[in-house]
Design a protein around this ligand. Structure first.
Ligand code: GLV
Ligand code: MN
Ligand code: MN
Length: 408
């Protein structure tokens, strides 16, 4: 199967060291190399490749000239990563899209409507903070002017990064022509928890929906001072209310049956022998429903305010990325379940707390997701894994779905 070759050629790009994770941040050298890989894979298959106005990549398998039914079927995922991310989150869906087209061609199938493999830009939001930026811009879910002004950790704006990478930031925004031509989107993705790995287990799953989730930036501002001379009593140390807030987040999520994580903090100015002037910390919160998510964030915010007051520290909280609950198209989901059933692939339906471009596109078109088992149950970390045989079954499943939706 062509998946192995595609995979081997992508694997070295952006890996920090052979045992380490990936750093493929939007418009950096590593992510641009992933884009070149995408273009080469498309060219090798004679697929017409283009970048849309939001720097998402598309590779088109067109029906014979003059014989194209409306409503393209799009598959794909993303090529960017979180800091020290795993190999599979995103790239598996893109590589599987190319491999599924190879399989259909080997079987002599011809598309009746266009089929595309897409790679969406900045899905993780690891550089500019906003998850699924490319699909949000494409669908009009994100204001283009606000997006252009987003800054990375070094202060570089999205507009500057796009320009440096050869994309025109003036063009970003909704693309109704492109969206209007798409009939459905099916994203294949590595499963990111233990849902398929635990008994009864299955190699392939189908998504029911995505939990609502979001990111909030907490900024605690105190008073910088000398660690060796400032008396404890007079200190306004922003690290202390942050620490109390991180503990409160864990307790609050535990009691509400939700998830709350502080995975990134920045202490300024960062001296070992000084009290910080400020601590910025990013909360990632997720829940099975919107009420649970809202309550989680309200309670964590209240705990942060209480702790900040106690320590004489100022607090500001701002949302950076909000994603409402998503239920995938039930008709498409049932159709996919029937196709996989007919192919002898048992695929349970499961919800996920992980975000995906499919969740954003679901607001504009019938959308579905296939999951491939992850025996480690770990994701957003180097231990993320999928066995080659499961990945190949994923390609077979995806090919069956594309054949059903797009071929004669
Ligand atoms: C993306 O993978 C997310 O769930 O944050
Ligand atoms: Mn991810
Ligand atoms: Mn992903």
């Amino acid at each position: 199967m062509s998946l192995a070759r595609l995979w081997e050629s992508l694997l070295p790009i952006g890996r920090e060291d052979p045992a380490g994770g990936y750093r493929r941040y939007a418009f950096t050298q590593a992510e641009m190399a992933c884009r070149s890989w995408f273009r080469a894979a498309a060219a090798e298959r004679d697929l017409a490749v283009s970048a849309d106005r939001n720097a998402n990549l598309w590779a088109w398998w067109d029906p014979p000239a003059g014989d194209c039914a409306p409503g393209a079927i799009v598959t794909g995922s993303h090529l960017d990563s979180v800091p020290d991310g795993g190999a599979f989150d995103g790239p598996l869906g893109v590589a599987s899209g190319f491999a599924a087209i190879d399989l259909l061609r080997e079987r002599g199938r011809v598309p009746a409507r266009a089929v595309a493999v897409a790679a969406f830009c900045e899905e993780e939001g690891a550089r500019f903070g906003l998850a699924c930026l490319g699909s949000r811009l494409l669908t009009g879910a994100q204001d283009p002017a606000a997006a252009r002004a987003l800054r990375d950790g070094a202060g570089v704006t999205l507009a500057e990064a796009m320009t440096a990478a050869g994309y025109d930031p003036a063009l970003i925004g909704p693309d109704e022509d492109l969206l209007g031509g798409i009939g459905a989107f099916v994203e294949l993705h590595v499963e990111q928890g233990r849902a398929l790995a635990e008994p009864p287990g299955a190699a392939i799953g189908i998504a029911a929906g995505i939990w609502p989730h979001g990111r909030w930036r907490f900024e605690f501002t105190g008073q910088a001072d000398h660690a060796g001379t400032a008396r404890l009593a007079g200190r306004r140390d922003p690290m202390l209310p942050f620490a109390a807030t991180a503990l409160a987040a864990r307790e609050c999520a535990g009691s509400l049956g939700t998830l709350a994580t502080f995975g990134k903090i920045a202490a300024e100015p960062g001296g070992v022998n000084a009290i910080s002037s400020s601590v910025r910390a990013w909360l990632d919160a997720r829940a099975p429903d919107q009420d649970g998510l809202d309550l989680t964030v309200i309670r964590i915010h209240a705990a942060a305010e209480h702790a900040a007051r106690r320590h004489g520290v100022a607090l500001s909280v701002a949302p950076e990325s909000l994603t409402p609950p998503v239920g995938f198209d039930p008709e498409l989901r049932d159709r996919i379940a029937a196709v996989l059933g007919a192919a002898g692939i048992d695929a349970p339906v499961l919800a996920t707390g992980a975000g995906h471009d499919a969740g954003v596109l679901a607001a504009r078109m019938p959308t579905a997701m296939l999951f491939v088992r992850n025996p480690s149950g770990v994701s957003h970390a180097p231990a993320e894994h999928a066995e080659p045989a499961d990945c190949e079954l994923g390609v077979i499943a995806l090919a069956a779905v594309l054949e059903d939706l797009a071929c004669r």
